[in-house]
Structures are given as C-alpha cells and as structure tokens.
Design a protein. Structure first.
Length: 344
C-alpha cells in the first residue's frame, strides 16, 4: 500500500478532506444502504433541523497501524452504542450498531493510504456524526437525517509529550441535572465555548465543571473525563449522571483494576477533595490521558503533588498500558481490538 506523501510525525489535530467519506440518509422512516462519496460538501435545505434547532450527535475514534502492518480500531461498537443512545435522547433515529461498525471499516479501507504508519505517533481520526437534514420550522424533530463518517490523519494530541495542564473550576455550568450532559451532542459543546474562551483568556488550559445542582462535586471538563489517584494509590473517577461516559476512561478503569491490580472506585468526588489527591488526568480518545498539574478554585491554586513537569507515576503506567494495548505491544482484553485490515 502506497502511503500519501505527508510529514506523518508532524501532523496537527486539524480537519483535512481526504478521499472518501460514508454517507447514509434517513427518509420515510428508514436508513438507506449508504455509500462512499468523494464529495466533502453537504447540501441541505435552508430550514434543516440542524440549522434551526441543533439536532446533532457525534462520535470520535481512531484507526491506527500496528507493527505487523494491520490497521485496527479500538472498541468501535462502544462508540456505535453510545451514538445510538445519544441519538434517541434528542429524538433522532439511532443508526444500527452493526452497520455503524461496518461503515467505519468501509471508510478506513477506502482511505488506507491516509492511515499514518506505525511508529509515527499519528492515527486516522474517525468522526461519525448525524444531523437533522429535513426542514422544520415549528419545533419538532425532523423527518429526515443524514449520518456521515469523515476521517482525517491527525498527530498525537500533545506534540513532544504531555505537559501537565493548568485547569480552572468554572463559574459556568456544563450540564443541567436532568439534561443532556451524558450524551455526545454538539449542543453541549456550543454552550461550553464561551466558558472555554474565557478560561483561555485567563491563561488556563481547560475548565473543570461542577455539578450544576449543588456546585460541590467534580464532573468533567468540556470534552474529557477525570481520573484521580489518591495518595495511597487508588484510582478514583467521579460518578454522575450528567457526565459523558468516556470510553477511554471506562477502559482505563478496567486496565487499572484487572491489569495493574490497583484499587479503583467510581464515586461522587467533592471539589474540596482536590487537595487530597496525588495525581489527576483527563481522559479522552484524542490524548488518552492528559496529566493535570494544577487546578485553580475560587482564586486558590491547588498543585497536584505530581507537579507541572511530567505525568504522575500511576497516570503514566495507565497511559503506557492502554497505549501498549492499542498498538499491540501488550495483549488486549477480549474484544477490545477490532481489525479492519489484516497485517502480514
Ligand atoms: C467525547 C467526550 C469525552 C471523551 O470520551 P472518549 O470516548 O474517551 O473519547 C469526554 N467528555 C465529553 C463531554 C465528550 O464529548
């Protein structure tokens, strides 16, 4: 397979139109078969539901090359199930789980020359999404939808290794107690952008959102879940119904318990507990784990003992183990690696 002529080791995390994308349309109560297309433009009615009332959900996942030349995706059926849940919650027809995974395979196979080579640190980012394409003006769900999977090669989220982040506990709320915080929808991001720009202008990397009902418990950032490590080595993640269930975080909790033999717990985490933790990290597909060095709360800086120079030791073990599983250097738990294209 002839690869594209790209500087694979220096890719950013940016949109780039590549050869093929998958498109399926929902009309008259059913999804069509779907097809691969060369066309990066979407043509929809001026009154489409996505443009008026923001009916849209999405996913994010990666395909990458392994040492043996195979191309794999990490737990894609988890993304398929999550997207179906997200869709139902904003009154969209779910895209069938099995067909979602088949469509991911088709996109990766049709763009093999764009899958970064093993060892480059880069991967092919897959962005499945669906939106209301049919016209609506009175408030109601649309009758027509489009599901697309686009793909683009991306570099490691943090070039030159992960530098610990400086976070701030936000004065804004991300998710209402019985709202949409647990689904992966563009609407949750739209309303986080003002808080994001505000935090950046004040020199912080990300916001920490608290539960909006009591503002006493840690939830997540705009796009990643938390893992904390206690001073006696227990891995803790916040439990809440208004957090988006990160597949990376759920996988890391299994790695911590079953592979590293650590004590783990998923429980409500009070913002007042921050000063008691030894390490903190943010989990998501893009960066796997980003270490957190400092969190500012009500003007006070709370430094994690792991410091501002490098990942804490347990965070690093978790990171190395999960990335080792993904790249094939460590044996994967049953069903975690979906092979799209066989190696030698
Ligand atoms: C996508 C997302 C995450 C991370 O989920 P992964 O499945 O690990 O990529 C975390 N929080 C929010 C709000 C997200 O949208």
């Amino acid at each position: 397979m002839e690869k594209q002529n790209l500087d694979w080791s220096n890719l950013g995390f940016e949109y780039r139109p590549i050869d093929k994308r998958f498109i399926s349309n929902y009309k008259d109560g059913a999804w069509d078969e779907g097809t691969l297309s060369d066309d990066p433009e979407v043509r929809i009615n001026e009154c489409s539901g996505i443009l008026q009332y923001c009916q849209e959900v999405f996913e994010g996942m990666k395909a990458y090359s392994r040492k043996d030349g195979s191309v794999v995706i990490f737990r894609p059926e988890m993304n398929a199930e999550r997207m179906a849940n997200s869709a139902e919650y904003i009154a969209m027809p779910p895209y069938p789980v099995e067909k979602f995974v088949e469509a991911c395979d088709a996109v990766v196979k049709a763009n093999l020359s764009w899958v970064p080579p093993y060892g480059s640190g880069a991967s092919l980012y897959l962005r499945p999404y669906m939106f209301a394409s049919g016209p609506v003006i009175g408030v109601k769900p649309s009758d027509e939808y489009q599901f697309r999977i686009i793909a683009m090669p991306v570099g490691p989220y943090f070039k030159g290794g992960a530098k610990p982040l400086s976070l701030v506990v936000s004065d804004f709320d991300r998710a209402a107690p019985h709202g949409t915080g647990h689904i992966k929808a563009g609407l949750n991001y739209a309303m986080s952008l003002h808080a994001y720009v505000d935090a950046h202008q004040r020199g912080f990397d990300e916001n920490v959102f608290l539960d909006s009902a009591t503002r006493t418990y840690i939830e997540e950032t705009g796009g990643a879940n938390f893992l904390f490590v206690t001073k006696d080595g227990e891995v803790v993640t916040p439990e809440s119904h208004t957090i988006l269930p990160s597949i990376t975080r759920r996988s890391l909790m299994i790695v911590a318990r079953d592979i590293l033999g650590l004590k783990v717990s998923e429980r409500p985490v009070k913002v007042d507990e921050l000063k008691d933790f030894a390490e903190a990290g943010l989990c998501g597909t893009a960066a796997v784990i980003s270490p957190v060095g400092k969190i500012t709360y009500k003007g006070e800086e709370i430094f994690l003992p792991s410091g501002m120079k490098e990942m804490g030791p347990i965070t690093k073990k978790l990171y190395d183990t999960l990335t080792g599983i993904q790249s094939g250097d460590i044996e994967a738990p049953e069903g975690w690696i979906h092979v799209v294209h066989p190696g030698k």
